[in-house]
Ligand binder design. Structure first.
Ligand code: ADP
Ligand code: MG
Length: 483
């Protein structure tokens, strides 16, 4: 059964603000620090007092260039800054220094997965530098709005996408990709709950097959990716319902209400001319030379997409493994260190994605707090490959000791605990014979066709050997004797 909703398609463009984790603010030496006592990182420059002048933070330029390079954008060579004028209590200067006609990056794209898991490129319109406003706090005092100006002047990049996004799921995937990128690039911590990464969702709907864009609304105030997704879903349905009822969509700014999962109108959408943009007279024009961009390029860290390609092609790992390994830069870099010391990439991937990740989960720690040297993991892998220790001894006995802080080498631990695997054929023969002698009936059953009993015999061999029999050698011996 088709519903009215199937007649329409959604068109979505996202504006993402990322707070740059520089030491100081965008145009002053005030500290850029989250969570400081309110109104302590505020100087006369941040407040825009008469006679003070802003000064450009060089590091924020480098960060914006890194993001531009990661998105394969064009980096603008000559640019100026602009004043965007508006009055708001948390904007002490009465204007925001931003970029208008000459954003630092233009074009480029971000690669995401669409609803069907296919690769899709979301084009980037522009990335520009600007400063954050202070924070208005409405929920601490029942009568007043409180203002914390520590955030006023914190550097931001705003990443504006083309309206290429077709669903709330794609928007979610896009945001995840952006968060991964800024984290890999070390330019923003990507924390939506703390507001370091914020997203405004522009949503419109139109009849499928139409080439014209419908009227859009812009929804703000979403502090998690799930909320962005929910707000978009709500907005799509709301707009279709309105159109079906013969009404018009108004271009407006809406806010998302977490409690009800709905959006509601805040104000009619301001137009660019409302802001009276003009060139910022207190900042010099900025030149970003090709040479400078080249230098930044040389210092670029590996990016998730490149690592994913390397893992799936030259290391022949599965897409699943490659995804888990590249989820965060820290995990990827740890894996990179492991494979510097072993060529068994599949085993290295398993150790990182299974053993190490479950240890981190159990302990509720991040990989940065995981003290085991990646080389040690490679040593364990090699010991298994040399048949010196069994997989189960390695993962259930040796790894936990090392993960909890033992500084002995895996081979030493194995030797001292008598965990070195026995593949010596005389010993194996003895274990096998002992095991079989315990089950004369089962041996008969096996011989008359119940081949599944092999597992029982193997279990007994491992028990008798105290886990030290090399499973491969033991199973070969078992078959040799039985068949
Ligand atoms: P503004 O500051 O007025 O919001 P921006 O250029 O910063 O304008 O951002 C506009 C955003 O809205 C972009 O992400 C763009 O892709 C998106 N957009 C523009 N038109 C539509 C539309 N009809 N439907 C959905 N998104 C749109
Ligand atoms: Mg906007």
């Amino acid at each position: 059964m088709s519903s009215i909703y199937d007649k329409y398609e959604a068109v979505i463009g996202l504006e993402v603000h990322a707070q740059l984790q520089t030491k100081s603010k965008a145009y002053s030496s005030d500290k850029n620090e989250y969570g400081a006592t309110p109104n302590t990182n505020v100087s006369v420059v941040s407040l825009g007092h008469p006679g003070t002048l802003p000064m450009m933070n060089k590091e924020s330029i480098r960060f914006a260039v890194k993001m531009g390079l990661a998105c394969k954008s064009d980096i603008t060579e000559d640019m100026i800054f602009a004043r965007k004028n508006y009055f708001y209590a948390d904007l002490p200067k009465g204007y925001q220094i931003t970029q208008d006609k000459t954003p630092i990056c233009t074009g480029g794209s971000v690669e995401i997965k669409d609803e069907n898991g296919e690769v899709k490129h979301i084009n980037i319109t522009r990335i520009h530098l600007e400063e954050d406003a202070g924070k208005s706090i409405h929920d601490l005092d029942p009568y007043n709005t409180l203002i914390d100006l520590n955030r006023a002047g914190v550097p931001l990049i705003e990443i504006v996408s083309e309206p290429d996004i077709k669903s709330s799921q794609e928007a979610y995937n896009y945001l995840q990709e952006i968060r991964k990128l800024v984290r890999y690039l070390d330019i923003c911590d990507g924390n939506m709950e703390e507001g370091s990464l914020r997203c405004d969702a522009n949503v419109s709907v139109r009849l499928k097959g139409s080439n014209e864009l419908g009227q859009r609304t812009e929804t703000k105030n979403m502090n998690s990716m799930r909320n962005v997704q929910k707000a978009i879903e709500y907005e799509i349905k709301r707009q279709i319902d309105l159109i079906e009822a013969g009404e018009q969509i108004h271009m407006e700014t809406r806010t998302f209400d977490v409690a009800t999962g709905t959006t509601k109108s805040m104000r009619s959408k301001e137009q660019a001319h409302d802001y009276r943009y003009f060139p910022e007279p207190d900042l010099q024009p900025l030149k970003v030379s090709q040479e400078y961009v080249g230098k930044v390029k040389e210092q670029m860290p590996p990016l998730p997409k490149e690592l994913f390609e390397k893992y799936t092609s030259s290391l022949s790992l599965s897409d699943y493994d490659a995804n888990v390994l590249t989820e965060t830069k820290e995990i990827a870099l740890y894996f990179e260190e492991v494979i510097k010391s072993t060529e068994n990439y599949k085993a290295a991937a398993n150790w990182v994605t299974v053993n190490i990740k479950s240890f981190l989960n159990e302990q509720a720690i991040e990989i940065d707090d995981f003290s085991v040297n990646p080389k040690t993991i490679a040593e364990i892998i090699d010991l298994i490959d040399e048949n010196k220790i069994s997989n189960s001894v390695a993962s259930q006995k040796i790894f936990p000791l090392i993960a909890k802080g033992s500084d002995q080498s895996p081979i030493k631990i194995a030797e001292e605990n008598n965990w070195i695997q026995n593949s010596d054929s005389d010993a194996i023969t003895t274990y096998v014979e002992q095991a079989l002698s315990k089950f004369p009936d089962k041996v008969e059953e096996y011989k008359s066709g119940k081949k599944g009993l092999l597992g029982l015999f193997m279990g007994e061999v491992m028990k008798i050997s105290g886990g030290k029999a090399d499973p491969k050698a033991a199973s070969a011996k078992l078959r040799e004797i039985l068949d």
